[in-house]
Write a new protein. Structure first.
Length: 113
């Protein structure tokens, strides 16, 4: 069994290992092997390829179709609670609304059904 949690927080591997910095993977292809969100070896997730391909599509659609804003001006608490999936200690809450251009697209889609 691979301890991905320990590898992802190893100060010998990462600068400022305890901080959330997704930009680490934007430019340097050599660091890509250090991220193991789906495990490693024989017990790795069989759906990893599908998940990696569809996650960018899903996230892009959420950003493109909705306008997002925080509920308050307080900094977002990134503390983790106990569990195998490391859920946030305090759930993130946000307001969203459909972008006006998406109303046009969706109304055309509904009219064709």
């Amino acid at each position: 069994m691979v301890n991905a949690w320990a590898i992802h927080r190893d100060p010998n591997v990462w600068d400022d290992a305890a901080s959330f910095k997704p930009e680490r993977f934007e430019t340097n292809k050599a660091d890509a092997y250090k991220l193991m969100p789906f495990g490693l070896g024989r017990r790795s997730c069989p759906g990893a390829g599908l998940a990696q391909r569809t996650m960018s599509l899903t996230l892009g659609s959420l950003i493109q179709c909705f306008e997002w804003e925080r509920l308050g001006e307080k900094a977002i608490d990134m503390a983790e609670s106990d569990g195998t999936t490391m859920p946030k200690a305090i759930a993130l809450e946000a307001n969203f609304k459909v972008r006006p251009v998406m109303n046009k697209v969706l109304s055309k889609f509904v009219d064709n059904i």
